[in-house]
Design a binder for this molecule. Structure first.
Ligand SMILES: Nc1ncnc2c1ncn2[C@@H]1O[C@H](COP(=O)(O)OP(=O)(O)OP(=O)(O)O)[C@@H](O)[C@H]1O
Length: 274
């Protein structure tokens, strides 16, 4: 069966401008030879040291940039640009401040030609899905950070993309809000059956959310390991985050990352101006 998403020997190199004191322009190899298949309906999480190319990987899948080598396939066809089959949620809310929660969710639908009444209905439905019934008429400044991010998720889901791309969507939130949004997201994922690609710096978040966790090496980002997460039935109730299975997965990913983080720090020190 064709994978929903297939990174096929993907590499990405960025040209960098000449900096003061350095002789010539150079390049940054952000990703190198990344091979990863993600089946439909999977919740895939990507972790890796800072600057290893996680956002670059997501941008390629979103069609916001093109790979230097290899291909990114969606349903077997190369990604050639952004499309409504992929919804993106970033760390920053990116909401329109002059529009209400409902207006923000409707905004994404306006370009699709869906009639006004249906847009309003769908916005209400998706705001309810993310737990924001009763807050439809609030503006972003009248909502908490967690609520704003819920609006952003509702906006992405409202046009029914097959794939949800999430780039550290909860990183700016306090710990409690973050955990409750993780619970919500899993509930929504189970209900909608979307394929999710989720980037995070948090190992706990990766283990809690991921069906599989892809660990990237420090730059250039290559695939170091793909760790299947099995938290068993405990995921359906109880405090899964304190279970021994959770701790074992967390430890395994920590081990994989630790070596890479150390390597990245060493490279950073070597590259730092003296
Ligand atoms: N447009 C660009 N031009 C030049 N270099 C870029 C560009 N975008 C990313 N890079 C470089 O590519 C590398 C990977 O960046 P990317 O943002 O994908 O990493 P990341 O793993 O998401 O980082 P972080 O965890 O810090 O968010 C970095 O060294 C970054 O500076």
């Amino acid at each position: 069966m064709t994978a929903k998403i297939h990174f096929e020997s993907v590499g990405k190199t960025f040209p960098v401008r000449k900096t003061r004191g350095s002789g010539s322009a150079g390049k940054v190899v952000a990703l190198q030879g990344v091979d990863l298949e993600i089946p439909a309906g999977e919740f895939a999480v990507v972790v890796g040291p800072s600057g290893c190319g996680k956002s670059t990987l997501l941008d390629l899948l979103a069609g916001l940039s093109t790979p230097t080598t290899g291909r990114v396939l969606l349903d077997g066809a190369p990604v050639t640009g952004p499309g409504p089959d992929r919804g993106i949620v970033f760390q920053q809310y990116a909401l329109l401040p002059w529009r209400t929660a409902r207006g923000n969710v409707e905004f994404g639908l306006e370009a699709t030609g869906i009639p006004r009444r249906e847009r309003a209905e769908r916005a209400r439905e998706f705001l309810a899905l993310v737990g924001l019934s009763g807050f439809e008429d609030r503006h972003p400044h009248e909502l908490s950070g967690g609520m704003r991010q819920r609006v952003a998720i509702a906006r992405s889901l409202a046009y029914d993309p097959d794939v949800l791309l999430m780039d550290e969507p909860f990183a700016a939130l306090d710990a409690q809000t973050r955990e409750s949004l993780q619970d919500e997201l899993l509930r929504i994922w189970r209900r909608t059956g979307k394929t999710v690609v989720f980037i995070t710096h948090s190992i706990e978040e990766a283990v809690f959310l991921g069906g599989r966790v892809a660990v990237l090496t420090s730059r250039p980002g290559r695939l170091k390991a793909v760790v299947p997460i099995d938290l068993g039935a405990r995921h359906d109730g109880g405090d899964v985050r304190s279970s021994p299975e959770f701790a074992a997965h967390r430890h395994r990913i920590w081990d994989l990352l630790h070596e890479e983080v150390t390597r990245a720090q060493r490279l950073e020190r070597q590259g730092a101006p003296v």
